[in-house]
Unconditional design. Structure first.
Length: 94
């Protein structure tokens, strides 16, 4: 119903975040720029903290897409694990 109302061609709210549908507010742009600058500066660890549904995963997907030509990255979504499992996830991702 809202597809027709807003003149959309496809569903923007799928099960997984899709960076094609990002609507960069001032806050999102600042967060994205902070992540980009942190990577360019060679920071070993970056954190993006916000409430659920605020667009963190979409921003990370957008950043990974931007970096895919110059970097090798993995996205870990399973964090409920011990240190051994974490290393296994990291290695299998690489």
């Amino acid at each position: 119903m809202f597809l027709e109302f807003y003149g959309l061609k496809e569903q923007p709210f799928g099960v997984t975040p899709d960076p094609r549908f990002i609507c960069p507010s001032r806050t999102h742009s600042k967060a994205f720029n902070s992540l980009s600058c942190g990577i360019e500066a060679g920071c070993g660890f970056l954190a993006l903290i916000a409430k659920p549904g605020m667009g963190k995963t979409t921003l990370v997907f957008q950043l990974l897409k931007q970096l895919e030509q110059t970097s090798r990255a993995i996205f870990l979504f399973q964090t409920q694990c011990d240190s051994r499992e974490l290393l296994r996830y990291l290695l299998s991702g690489l």
